[in-house]
Design a protein around this ligand. Structure first.
Ligand code: ANZ
Ligand code: ZN
Length: 751
């Protein structure tokens, strides 16, 4: 009998699928002809950063899940868009270039090749015609175009803002390059430098970023993270008159009812604000303020625990009720006053005109400029006469210049390109002008890439209106890690594009209807996979030996999708044996009829796998398939039943399923283009059957069993009768001489 040779089977089908363009995204014309009312499903992965390190098995977890979902939806008759691409701009490639002198363009292309080979070897059904690379001019032309649209609406602006700066390396650092306040590379203490920076005004969308969450299918925890990050706070601004001059000090408080217990007022100091647990320091300004309610005179302090950029940058100190104020008051021996809460303050403040309601947000505008090379140039031009103006849209893209050395010199690397500033003219007055030399944060690319996937080659628009309408919004979005900001930024872009009519309003308020995050796959030692622990397992360690199907099924079988789980090579081996056994079962001669238990179990399996797939319960789908395979192994099955089994395993083990579907069962075309089996409820109806139990011909009881299979089985009925205490007492300590069995009706013990 044929042995399961995963290597040849997988290579063969990967080649055939690629030749046949099996996973090409259907066009809209095709879609309207198709089943399921031409409905679409857009199934999206968070696209990877193609780093120098190869992909490990943990990265694949989400990709396998979306592949299963995509294959399942295709078999359900949906038109599926399932694309993949590369989040290719960013620091690692640039740092690598600084170290080696190899241009990021080249190192990234090599990495992409490796990643793509790994994804393909796992049998993932991406439509590679939809591939995007955010560092290609075809893509970043539109990133720049989007910047300009935001600028035109006043949602992109420039202002002075502090950045992390390493005085030794003379370079601006991203937050993640600052470790314990020191430069990651040279250990020098990082300073704050004021630089002109570009911001996107995401705060204008704060409320809609909260309200939009209510109708989407995301984990509560992820929604909560979004809400916490936005940090909406309802409170009041109250006016304290400053003694001796005509000025008023405005404070923001969420607790106006504590006003009568105020013992000091504090304003933000000049030093950088203290982080949460840092020691609070301050000094008395020599000035006093008047409590608008009690008219008491309190000291005005300057302190590091009040943030200058939140609320009014000033607070009323209520040490009796506010912990931070209490800590500060104790340290500087300020009074603590414990008056009862006064609910009437708010109304009185409004009617007397010394206070008003206000909503504040902790969300800050999004700082998008980077003094870095490997990003999309910000498409703005500065002229002494006309200030900042966007590059004419017909002149996009503003190409990232190649004549740049990557070594840090205290400014944006692009500033040293000779070609970049050559003959630059002001778009407004035509006079000599200069380009912006900063580049955009990589988060800008990932805020809209999912729109581009619908029409990645379009050179007239971010995507055609038809493609947008055909595919958006995203139905399933899968990915994990630190995605709070990514999700906020992408949702902000979406809302902006809807408001601008670039996306049609009918697409709805939210871009990602369902979001699921895979739990981490840990190393065999239950630690996070890392070079440091030497516990990294890559698909290349597993696929040559066990095959892609084993890797896929194992990853989905490890446990619930969304929890952490350690890798186990014995688990891999177990799945490998399961697939070999399956292959054997398919190769055995088929039965001419199915046993009733097989039919019952078949429909139960269809139902369970279908339901579980929709819920991302891949592990229980697989165990159900294992149980059913075991039953067939012992009872045999018809070709029809085996074909259905092949269809049910197709999303999980696509190569094996295709091989047995075509080569063993002799079915037409591809199992992946077949129609997903339907459960027929009529086979699941359980008719209870009563069996009369007699002892020496006298009725002594009754047994109820679930199905005919059971009712016809003499041994099982006999066993059940003996276990039933009410019946068993009639032949206690007596020898059973004979058992008369009428299948499905009666059992009589002769004692
Ligand atoms: C008096 C008070 C009494 C307060 C009390 C709280 C509890 P959220 O919810 O984050 O908005 N605050 C206001 N502006 C601040 C700033 N720029 N930097 C640091 N703290 C600031 O918190 C609002 C509360 O944080 C405000 O209400 C204020 O302290 C403080 F029992 O006023 B509260
Ligand atoms: Zn000008």
């Amino acid at each position: 009998m044929n042995k399961y040779n995963h290597t040849s089977i997988e290579a063969k089908w990967q080649e055939i699928w690629s030749k046949r363009d099996s996973y090409k995204t259907p066009s809209s014309a095709y879609r309207t002809l198709k089943v399921n009312n031409g409905n679409k499903k857009y199934v999206l992965d968070m696209f990877p950063y193609p780093s120098g390190a190869t992909m490990h098995v943990g990265h694949l977890e989400g990709y396998v899940a979306t592949d299963i979902i995509s294959r399942y939806f295709r078999m359900q008759g949906y038109s599926v868009l399932h694309p993949m691409g590369w989040d290719a701009f960013g620091l690692p490639a640039e740092n690598y270039a600084i170290k080696t002198g190899i241009h990021p363009d080249i190192s990234i292309k090599n990495n992409i090749e490796t990643f793509k080979r790994q994804l393909t070897s796992a049998g993932l059904s991406y439509d590679w015609d939809k591939e995007i690379d955010t560092s290609s001019p075809e893509f970043y032309k539109w990133t720049q175009w989007l910047f300009i649209q935001l600028f035109k609406k006043g949602l992109a602006y420039k202002k002075k803002s502090p950045v992390n700066f390493c005085p030794k390396d003379e370079t601006v650092l991203a937050n993640e390059q600052v470790v314990d306040g020191k430069c990651e590379r040279c250990d020098t203490v990082v300073i704050q430098k004021e630089l002109d920076q570009w911001f996107f005004k995401i705060t204008a969308y704060a409320d809609r970023l909260i309200s939009g969450l209510k109708d989407i299918d995301w984990a509560d925890e992820v929604k909560r993270q979004q809400i916490n990050w936005i940090g909406r706070s309802e409170g009041m601004v109250l006016d304290f008159k400053v003694e001796g001059d005509d000025t008023v000090l405005k404070v923001f408080t969420t607790r106006p009812d504590t006003l009568e217990s105020v013992t000091f007022v504090a304003v933000a100091g000049k030093d950088k604000a203290a982080s949460r647990d840092e020691e609070k320091t301050g000094k008395f300004t020599g000035k006093y303020a008047i409590n608008p309610m009690t008219k008491a005179k309190v000291q005005i302090w300057e302190t590091n625990y009040v943030a200058s950029d939140y609320g009014t940058g000033a607070i009323m100190g209520v040490p009796a009720y506010d912990e931070r104020d209490a800590e500060f008051a104790k340290k500087y021996h300020l009074d603590i006053l414990n008056e009862p809460f006064n609910e009437a303050v708010a109304e009185k403040a409004i009617s007397e005109g010394w206070g008003k309601k206000e909503v504040n947000y902790h969300l800050r505008d999004w700082l998008i400029s980077r003094q870095r090379y490997w990003g999309a140039p910000i498409p703005m031009i500065y002229c002494d006469k006309c200030g900042w103006n966007p590059v004419d849209e017909k002149d996009l893209p503003v190409l990232l210049p190649r004549d740049v050395d990557f070594l840090p010199h205290g400014e944006s690397p692009v500033a040293r390109s000779k070609s970049f500033q050559k003959d630059v003219k002001c778009p407004k007055c035509g006079g000599d002008a200069k380009r912006e030399v900063d580049t955009m944060d990589g988060f800008v690319d990932s805020s809209w890439y999912f729109i581009r996937f619908t029409d990645p080659k379009n050179d007239k628009a971010i995507a055609s209106p038809e493609s947008i309408k055909d595919w958006l919004p995203v139905d399933h979005y899968v990915g994990g890690g630190h995605v709070v900001q990514h999700l906020l930024f992408a949702r902000f872009f979406w809302k902006f594009l809807i408001d601008e009519g670039i996306l049609d309003k009918s697409l709805g308020e939210e871009p990602f209807l369902k979001l699921r995050a895979p739990g981490w796959i840990l190393g065999p030692d239950s630690r996070k996979m890392s070079k440091r622990w030497g516990n990294v397992i890559t698909p290349d360690d597993i696929i040559p030996k066990f095959g892609a199907d084993t890797l896929r099924v194992y990853e989905m079988f490890m446990g619930p999708f969304d929890i952490m789980k350690p890798w186990s090579i014995t688990g891999v081996e177990g799945i490998s044996r399961f697939l070999s056994r399956l292959y054997r079962i398919f190769n055995e001669d088929s039965a001419t009829t199915d046993d009733s238990e097989v039919i019952f179990k078949l429909h139960q399996t269809i139902k369970k796998v279908t339901n579980d797939l929709e819920l991302y319960k891949f592990n229980t789908s697989i165990s159900t398939l294992m149980e059913f395979s075991n039953l067939i192994a012992s009872k045999g099955a018809t070709k029809e039943t085996k074909s259905i089994l092949a269809q049910l395993i197709a999303p999980f083990a696509p190569h094996l399923a295709e091989e047995v579907w075509v080569e063993v069962l002799g079915q037409d075309s591809s199992v992946h283009a077949s129609i997903w089996p339907k459960c027929d409820e009529k086979y699941l109806k359980i008719d209870k059957i009563s069996i009369i139990v007699q002892v020496n011909g006298k009725m002594r009881g009754q047994l109820t069993v679930d199905d005919a299979e059971m009712a016809n089985n003499k041994e099982r009925i006999e066993g059940l009768a003996k276990k039933d205490v009410k019946i068993a007492k009639w032949f206690e300590e007596k020898e059973i001489k004979k058992t008369i069995f009428v299948p499905g009706k009666l059992i009589n013990f002769v004692v």
